[in-house]
Design a protein around this ligand. Structure first.
Ligand code: NAD
Length: 428
């Protein structure tokens, strides 16, 4: 899924190594944590609607489960690679640790483009994924969830296959399920809202009123839409949104200087977070090239689509006005760009802190499934905001105390927690 020569797993290892050096981690812990503990690479044969069989390459990778069962989404993407899944599984370990939930890191992926699969083909793919993997996932082992181009329906097909094979009901085996079928209220909003809970705290600390800020967002999928909704609800103005346009296979930036109407954009977006260019033009949006989201004169940039989007090559395009980069996507900034961001005095809210709201709510979902008792939405959001705020302040205060870049502060907390679990288990 990398869009440049950058390899996301190498990026994840570089980030880890920098902080492992600072922490002087012992060599055993270091070797254990800089790679996944388990990798499963497999193929899924799917009978297509036209009677032919197509074979899809798939992965499930567990980076570390010292603090609890593996946890992480399953991504459907034509450019998925083992290294993308490795990186994402590693970031999941840090993400769960930084918000202090008792889960480890895992991730899955299937090399496919669901835009070109019928719903019945997608269902067979989901069931095939679990048929190959059912011994290696489960409530106490490794718990999948949705990610890019997967949703609650995919999760429920997977759960149904798992429960059929295992002859019982095991709702905590997977999260991101539809509400009423073991899903938690607030899960669809959780990642995007969590991003803005963190951003809100930072703005408060920087003495910047949210109502006086503007933002430009890359992506208009699950994370971006709900981040945009919460940010505008707090009075911020989204000037531009960039997303993929399936009909002509390229990205566009949709801009409205007076502020995008997020509800209106949500109504015209497709199931994969794409926006049709013609419909946007009809609604008065200026249509710019996909990468122009980064060039906008705004206070806040919110990359919420893909990894490797903010690189030294594009960094000079970022306006001097930008004060905050709020990483809603996983791995949107390459490690060689971090020093440039820091030098310019931009505050970076690192991905695995910023977008941890999704996994936190997934954890709440597991807790509720365990009790077979589901909370009201207000309770979910209250607990979510409290968890995100606590995690933000732990990272922010450490960054001030030790004069650390926020990414390094978040890594310091996460790595220390995981290393301690490894030590207590007697692994290293
Ligand atoms: P999604 O599939 O719902 O949306 C992806 C969005 O990115 C779409 O709007 C798509 O049009 C856009 N996009 C794709 N290629 C693009 C390009 N070249 N230029 C501009 N836009 C492009 O995915 P999502 O669930 O919103 O995830 C987005 C990011 O957040 C990913 O990095 C994902 O790993 C991360 N994340 C997601 C969750 C979650 O709960 N969904 C949790 C944590 C992190």
């Amino acid at each position: 899924m990398a869009t440049t020569a950058y390899n996301p797993f190498e990026n994840a290892q570089i980030q880890f190594d920098q902080v492992a050096d600072l922490l002087e981690l012992n060599s055993g812990t270091r070797e254990l944590l800089r790679q996944p503990m388990q990798e499963i690479h497999f193929t899924i044969p799917v009978k297509m609607d036209d009677g032919t069989t197509q074979v899809f390459k798939a992965y499930r990778i567990r980076h570390n489960d010292a603090r609890g069962p593996g946890k992480g989404g399953i991504r459907f993407h034509p450019h998925e690679t083992a290294d993308t899944v490795r990186a994402l599984s590693m970031w999941m370990t840090w993400k769960c640790a930084v918000v202090d939930i008792p889960l480890g890191g895992g991730k899955g992926g299937v090399v496919c483009d669901p835009h070109h699969l019928s719903l019945t083909e997608q269902e067979r793919l989901c069931r095939g994924y679990i048929r190959q993997l059912f011994t290696q996932v489960g409530p106490n082992l490794d718990v999948p969830a949705p990610d890019v181009m997967t949703n609650g329906q995919h999760m429920l097909w997977m759960l149904d296959e798992y429960e059929t094979i295992n002859n019982g009901r095991f709702p905590s085996m997977i999260t991101g399920k539809p509400v009423g079928m073991g899903g938690s209220l607030g899960r669809k909003e959780a990642t995007g809202y969590g991003v803005v809970y963190v951003l809100k705290n930072l703005l408060k600390e920087l003495n910047i009123p949210t109502q006086e800020t503007t933002a430009s967002i890359q992506g208009f999928g699950n994370v971006a839409e709900y981040a945009a909704r919460m940010y505008t609800e707090l009075g911020g103005k989204v000037i531009a949104v960039s997303c993929w346009n399936q009909s002509d296979n390229q990205a566009y930036t949709f801009k409205k200087q007076a502020g995008c109407d997020i509800e209106q954009l949500a109504q015209i977006k497709d199931d994969f977070g794409g926006i049709d260019k013609e419909k946007a033009i009809d609604l008065g949006y200026e249509v710019l090239p996909g990468e122009d989201w980064l060039k906008q004169e705004v206070d806040i940039l919110i990359p919420a689509a893909l990894e490797n989007q903010i690189t030294p090559a594009v960094f000079p395009n970022i306006s001097e006005k930008v004060k905050i980069i709020c990483e809603a996507a996983n791995g949107p900034t390459t490690p060689d760009c971090d020093p440039l961001i820091r030098e310019r005095g931009i505050t970076l809210l690192p991905d695995f802190l910023c977008n941890a709201g999704g996994v936190t709510c997934s954890y709440f979902e597991q807790v509720q499934c365990g009790m077979n008792y589901f909370w009201e939405i207000e309770e979910v959001f209250e607990k979510l905001e409290s968890a995100m705020t606590k995690a933000f302040y732990a990272v922010y205060e450490l960054s001030l105390e030790k004069d650390l870049y926020m990414r390094d502060a978040a890594y310091t907390i996460a790595i220390q927690r995981v290393a301690e679990a490894v030590r207590l288990r007697g692994w290293a």
